[in-house]
Design a protein around this ligand. Structure first.
Ligand SMILES: CC1=N[C@H](C(=O)O)[C@@H](O)CN1
Length: 295
């Protein structure tokens, strides 16, 4: 029962993956009417977003309401752009980009991290927050796992990670072979794998991991508090999450960024983040999507 109301096949796309270019987006300086997805959404008063049911980024709460930090930030911005209604299209995290390209939805609102690979396929707004990775293990941490490297160093240790997540790349970069990784479709499946003993650890962003532990209330599991952040090319990695649009939707992205910037300056962004367990430390500062797309 999750808002499957925009499931029409993409008639304009004949399978070659190309979308008609939006040549009018920046036509003749200034007073041109908005075109493309933004204008369509403004006309309809609604937009469909893709999300992966990952608490606290974008998920349905106990009452079935679509919420999360990414969703609530988008809700405010969309309202200010004249779009009152947000419809959610639940999609596995690993299929979000394909779903956006296929026009099953018009934005990805899942707290997805900006990185150069993804920037080839989508147009990111500026980041909403920044965060690191975390792991959880069995109570007492029997294998003494405190980093991805420590998992790589123990051939018997297995770790659950969500398909399509950046953590999968970080695990590989830390030297963990495929046979030590169990790839799961979503974060609920990750904690199930840990509870059932199929894996010795699960990894995801700190807030997602904490939310899974909080809702499981399982005294047989614990978060590794002295976890060392993974290094990629010798650098500690930090994820910056943002809303994503199709590459043609530059006017949508620009309008979105302008509203986001105001929310950063007024403190409204932090207020929303706080409702989902984030603190001032997780504010994105003045980091931009262009910087992050360059790598
Ligand atoms: C919010 C989020 N960020 C990571 C990513 O973007 O791949 C993954 O951990 C999946 N979820």
């Amino acid at each position: 029962a999750c808002g499957q109301n925009n499931n029409t096949p993409d008639a304009g796309n004949n399978g070659n993956g190309s979308v008609p270019a939006n040549n009018n987006a920046n036509a003749s300086g200034g007073n041109s009417e908005a075109t493309g997805t933004l204008a369509d959404a403004q006309k309809k008063g609604s937009v469909t977003i893709g999300f992966a049911n990952e608490n606290p980024y974008a998920y349905k709460d106990a009452d079935g309401k679509l919420t999360g930090e990414a969703v609530e930030i988008a809700r405010v911005i969309l309202e200010r752009l004249g779009i009152k209604e947000m419809k959610g299209e639940l999609t596995e995290f690993t299929s979000l980009i394909a779903g956006l390209q296929a026009k099953r939805f018009d934005m990805i609102t899942a707290g997805m991290f900006i990185n150069p690979k993804r920037c080839e396929a989508v147009l990111f707004a500026n980041p909403e927050y920044s965060i690191g990775a975390a792991i959880a293990v069995k109570q007492g941490n029997p294998l003494k796992l405190t980093s991805y490297k420590s998992i790589a160093d123990n051939a018997k240790a297995k770790v659950a990670v969500m398909a399509g997540a950046v953590e999968l790349d970080y695990l590989k970069a830390s030297g963990i072979p495929d046979n030590q990784m169990i790839i799961v479709p979503d974060q609920d499946a990750a904690i199930s794998a840990l509870q059932s003993g199929r894996v010795d650890a699960m990894t995801m962003t700190g807030p997602a991991l904490q939310s899974r532990l909080d809702s499981a209330k399982d005294s047989n599991l614990e978060r590794v508090m002295d976890f060392e952040q993974p290094l990629v090319d010798g650098k500690e990695v930090t994820g910056y999450g943002a809303t994503a649009f199709r590459p043609d939707d530059t006017s949508f992205q620009e309008a979105y960024n302008a509203e986001l910037e105001k929310m950063k300056e007024s403190g409204e962004l932090l207020e929303i983040l706080k409702q989902f367990g984030f603190t001032e430390q997780e504010l994105p500062g003045d980091m931009t999507s262009s910087q992050l797309c360059e790598g």
